[in-house]
Design a protein around this ligand. Structure first.
Ligand code: ZN
Length: 467
């Protein structure tokens, strides 16, 4: 709900990321409560600083705070479209492995997580995300050991601790090694249990409202860890409940070979046949797509969470992001799990996306503004939130990142947006979620970082001792 505060930002370089790509050097943004009420060039309008009602509004907030944002870049809050937050506890392991070997090395440890450990890891991961400009976090959680408590509840609590929006998922695995899958049998659930728990998670935690701080999607893990029955039934269930669908797809050549051997199809053909393409679906990675798959993603509006650092860490390949965008498919940016991207920062992932896509598409194939766009509005579209999130426009939620660009790292830099896309990640002065400050003067406002760090370190040690 709206709070009785107006925040007036003046003097920043404002990159709105609206459809036309408006940018204002020395512009203003006015926020009433949780929503943006003005944005444009030059100083804020007189009504805003005089405490009068915004055009079309009946009342003005009772308190006005003016923020001198000179020397800053103001962008929409970044949207992370794919993560496995609990992996904060298992970083730096299997450092030189490809995906399948890395997974096999980590499954036994992951099978010993519980609600409290996941809460500690997720809070640390979300603190790092917030400190790197991220206001909305999608998490793909698919490991639910027997007797491990309410793991999703722990993730929901940690999002509230840090203050970010959460798009949590109830993931699942039901294809163990004895049935031809990759995960060990002790790490998987039955198909029926996974579906029942998915429905219960939506019932318990999903908020369908436009201002939602927590939404839930249904997310069987991947073609090599989930049965066709679970994929088919999960899609039907998600659509009956009106929530989005998420999975991993086309990440590695080994996954491609698995699908050809087992189903005689590419991963995209396999998922398409099970009802897993559509504008309510987003896939992590989409690295190994042929022309047919790219066209199907575009025609169906299937989203992609592009995770360039993870794809490089596991040597998975370079996703055809410019081709997906040209086909009209939604694309967002993702950190991926912290065990395959130990940095955990989303702000640095913009630069990574720019550099990596150029290796495939050429120097003019992916711009810094392409990078900022997939990190904001693109991600909001992937999560079905672009009516309310992802750009600085009147009427949208005030999820904003204020980056300091007057330091020596950026002195003389010709283009402020290149600070995020090519230079060092700027220090984050402030981060707002729905108008509420989550980071202020570079520090979290709602949680103590040292406490989060100590809790995460203790949880990681506990987990390793169990494995
Ligand atoms: Zn992933």
């Amino acid at each position: 709900m709206t709070t009785a505060v107006r925040r007036v930002f003046e003097g920043a370089y404002v990159a709105t990321v609206d459809t036309a790509g408006h940018e204002f050097d020395g512009g203003h943004v006015v926020v009433d409560g949780s929503r943006i009420v003005a944005v444009g060039a030059g100083p804020a309008p007189v009504w805003a600083v005089d405490g009068l009602a915004a055009p079309g509004a009946a009342f003005a907030p009772s308190v006005t705070t003016r923020i001198d944002a000179r020397g800053h870049l103001l962008t929409p809050g970044l949207v992370n479209t794919h993560h496995h937050l609990y992996q904060w506890l298992t970083r730096g392991i299997a450092q030189d492995s490809i995906l399948f070997d890395w997974l096999v090395a980590l499954y036994p440890t992951w099978a010993r997580i519980d609600e409290d450990l996941v809460e500690a890891g997720a809070a640390a991961a979300m603190a790092v995300l917030a400190r790197s400009g991220c206001t909305t976090v999608a998490d793909h959680h698919y490991v639910f050991p027997q007797g491990s408590g309410d793991i999703l509840g722990g993730i929901v609590r940690s999002a509230d601790t840090v203050g970010v929006r959460l798009h949590g998922t109830r993931g699942s695995m039901d294809l163990g090694r004895s049935q031809g899958g990759l995960p060990p049998d002790f790490a998987v659930e039955t198909t029926a249990a996974a579906l029942e728990a998915s429905a219960a998670a939506v019932e318990k935690y999903h908020d369908p409202s436009a201002d939602a701080r927590v939404q839930i999607a249904i997310a069987p893990c991947s073609p090599f860890s989930v049965t066709a029955d679970l994929l088919r039934e999960a899609a039907i269930l998600g659509r009956s409940l009106g929530v989005r669908l998420h999975t991993h797809g086309s990440e590695t050549i080994e996954e491609d070979a698995f699908c050809h051997e087992r189903f005689g199809k590419t991963p995209t053909q396999y998922l398409d046949d099970l009802g897993w393409l559509g504008d309510d679906v987003w896939m992590a990675h989409s690295v190994h797509l042929d022309e047919h798959a790219i066209a199907r993603f575009g025609a169906t509006g299937t989203g992609t969470a592009h995770c360039p650092s993870s794809n490089a860490r596991l040597a998975a390949g370079i996703a055809p992001i410019p081709q997906l965008l040209a086909a009209g498919a939604p694309v967002g940016l993702g950190v991926d799990g912290s065990a395959s991207n130990e940095s955990g920062q989303l702000g640095t992932e913009i630069r990574q996306a720019v550099l990596m896509n150029r290796l495939r598409a050429g120097a003019d194939g992916f711009s810094v503004r392409d990078g900022l766009r997939i990190a904001t509005l693109g991600g909001a579209r992937v999560l079905g939130r672009d009516a309310d999130l992802g750009s600085i426009e009147v009427g949208k939620l005030a999820d904003l990142a204020l980056w300091r660009i007057d330091g020596v790292e950026f002195a003389g830099l010709a283009d402020p947006v290149a600070a995020l896309g090519l230079a060092a990640m700027p220090p984050l002065t402030a981060l707002y979620v729905g108008g509420d400050p989550v980071v202020d003067e570079g520090s979290l406002t709602r949680a103590d970082e040292r406490t989060l760090a100590a809790d995460a370190a203790r949880a990681s040690a506990t987990l390793r001792a169990r494995a």
